[in-house]
Design a protein around this ligand. Sequence first.
Ligand code: ATP
Ligand code: MG
Length: 396
Amino acid sequence: MEIILGKYGELALKGLNKNQFENSMVRTIRKRVERCGEFNVYTAQSTVYVEPENDDADIDAAYEQIRRVFGLSAVVRAAVCDKDLDAVCETAEAYLGDSLDRVKSFKVNSKRADKKFPLTSMELSREVGAYLLDRHPELSVEMKDPDMTVICEIRDNAAYVHADQVPGAGGIPTGTGGKVACMLSGGIDSPVAAWKMARRGCDLVCVHFQSPPYTGERALYKVERLAWQVSRWAGRVCLFEVPFTDCQVNIRDNAPEDYFTVLMRRSMMRITQMIAEREECGAIATGESLGQVASQTMSAIRCTDIVADMPVFRPLIGDDKVEISECARNIGTFDISIEPYEDCCTIFTPKHPRTKPVLGSIEEAEKGILGLYEMETAAADSSVLKVIHFYDEDFV
Ligand code: ATP
Ligand code: MG
């Protein structure tokens, strides 16, 4: 029988209550594999076991799901057998024999969690190694840097044989970090920022500003697809779509042109905060990175930060565009982000925005924009919520 093992690092266990951690993990994994057939999901010895209950269970699909579950440092598919030397040898050959034919060198590593097992780890490795070498005489045994490692684990309930494990999604289990309101544009950066917040265990409430008729249906659909792509890791994303045109037009018509960008960002921040409070979020997150554009200088960030009275996280603040793009490719948002649809940020943008706005003058200019706060409240009130799940098929 084949099974999936998910391992969580000790690091994560230190900072969090172990039970809460395990419960969230098991709950998330159960939900993720629900559509792949019947699986028994349980934890033991800092490992999550995902065991198919019958032949209909699609273990390939379950494996793909589990690789995107936060809180697991490594994921591996393994064959299960009796805790008995012959069984382990035969299982190793049956399960990994074909892979061994494709490499030149190997070694066997054993871990014995059950100390009642009659052989030590060293002895078990040696026996299994000899058995495999017998059947693949062209192989060499290489302790340092072999092409393939055969791993035998003797645990409480059974023995498990597998090849090298692959890295899991890392981070902390979803649902253990509280809710965060992520400002999500159609760009490359903010989906990565949202993904990083989810990786720290946060549930995502995404807020997207749109400016019809300047931005269209396609741009909105693009953002929904970005949210869906992130939900394939986060499990679920609540997306608030905020009509922002009135606020933008009001700012454009009633403030100096070079203040437009900062004033617009303050306005977005206030609306996000209103939604964040209603949704009981503990913080706001954006995809800003220091110095990337005019609105992301320290003084510009100061001018926007000050209108929020909850923490504003910027998980990309120290990242280069190259690093952010690489992450976007890995999580599958990059190709969606580069599709060419207008974002509300790019309309009315002045040719020469202030890179060093002075807070006092910005506040002064804002006072001259009559009715702005009322418009912001109206925008938050008329925002539309879409709940997007990892299994939704509209966005594939
Ligand atoms: P991104 O790639 O995320 O769009 P950017 O480098 O284009 O970022 P800006 O356009 O200045 O930078 O936006 C900075 C941040 O403000 C974004 O990362 C995002 O968090 C937020 N933001 C910008 N536009 C929107 C929008 N239309 N809706 C919601 N949030 C937005
Ligand atoms: Mg942008």
